[in-house]
Write a protein that binds this ligand. Structure first.
Ligand SMILES: Nc1ncnc2c1ncn2[C@@H]1O[C@H](COP(=O)(O)OP(=O)(O)OP(=O)(O)O)[C@@H](O)[C@H]1O
Ligand SMILES: [Mg+2]
Length: 297
């Protein structure tokens, strides 16, 4: 069962993006590359302590504690229903945890709303991509920095502030184009998102997350249903961004992907953290082998 129901989108935001003129990008300095030059702060950017999430009688996350090292690409694995997506939902404010604390960059962010957490630099992608199918790829990106356009909409009707709005939207549009180019989907900019292949949707989902200029990105099965060529492209992009200082936490069922790309792996089972370590340590951990009941690790 998925807990990734799409959030409602503010109609004013949709209108603001849909009405925007469609300029071509400027092919100079990459705004994305600029934004990507994050300097890791040293301490673990993400720390989760005693996280619990109950849905009625179901305990989806049961006293999970872990941290993610700055600048790392860390894997989060576990059998179906282990609580990985729910953990992401609790970390990023989609769900309010029943108990426990989430720290980002040392700050308690438990219970904040997703857009507040995104503004602090922590975003996630969804297991089921949440693109708005009736809108173009470019429009989807323009909407991504939640709240930004909402503020613009208010300022747009405030005398004297119109210029600032235009400037902000021009910058946003430029960033959208840079992000599309970075993911090599700029040729799809004017395509309705609903017409994209599954793999292209995953790229769009990543691009949307990147639009908010995050420090850390939680990726929930970004490669599921993605063909091998696109998979390689996505992984390359993740490594590029990581080299620029981004921190990633990656949920992925394909063990080869986890073992080949993640320097640390956290294993969840029945809502709790069962084991942590390098890929090799995890692969040979008896508790992990048992949790997967003989599946290939
Ligand atoms: N909104 C919800 N309401 C009720 N139960 C839920 C909800 N979301 C998740 N659950 C339950 O919580 C448990 C953990 O689900 P979750 O989606 O977090 O697992 P997962 O590790 O992401 O699994 P998968 O690998 O299949 O994506 C499951 O038993 C699931 O049915
Ligand atoms: Mg999941």
């Amino acid at each position: 069962m998925s807990s990734d129901a799409p959030d409602a989108v503010d109609s004013a935001d949709v209108a603001a993006a849909a009405d925007a003129p469609e300029d071509e990008p400027e092919a100079n300095d990459s705004a994305v590359e600029e934004a990507a030059k994050h300097v890791p702060s040293g301490g673990p950017p993400l720390r989760v302590e005693g996280l619990v999430k109950r849905f009625g009688g179901v305990t989806a996350v049961d006293d999970a504690s872990f941290e993610v090292e700055s600048g790392s690409l860390t894997g989060l694995i576990g059998p179906n229903g282990a609580g990985k997506s729910t953990t992401f939902n609790c970390i990023t404010g989609v769900h309010e945890p029943t108990a426990g604390t989430v720290y980002f960059e040392g700050e308690d962010i438990t219970g904040l709303k997703p857009h507040q957490i995104a503004r602090k630099g922590l975003v996630r992608t969804f297991q089921i991509a949440r693109e708005l199918s009736e809108m173009t790829v470019l429009e989807n990106l323009m909407l991504a920095p939640q709240g930004q356009l909402g503020e613009s909409a208010i300022r747009a009707v405030t005398p004297g502030l119109r210029g600032a709005v235009v400037e902000e939207e021009t910058a946003l549009r430029e960033r959208a184009w840079e992000t599309l180019e970075f993911f090599e989907i700029d040729h799809l900019a004017h395509e309705h998102a609903g017409n994209l292949s599954g793999g292209q949707r995953k790229l769009l989902e990543m691009a949307r997350a990147l639009m908010t200029d995050p420090e850390m990105v939680l990726l929930d099965e970004p490669l599921a249903g993605v063909n091998p060529t696109l998979e390689e492209k996505l992984l390359d992009r993740i490594h590029d961004l990581r080299a620029d200082g981004y921190t990633f936490l990656l949920v992925e069922h394909d063990m080869d992907v986890i073992m080949n790309n993640c320097e640390r792996v956290i294993v969840m089972h029945q809502g709790s953290v069962l084991a942590e370590g390098t890929g090799d340590e995890i692969r040979n951990d008896e508790r992990v082998i048992e949790a997967y009941l003989g599946e290939d690790l």
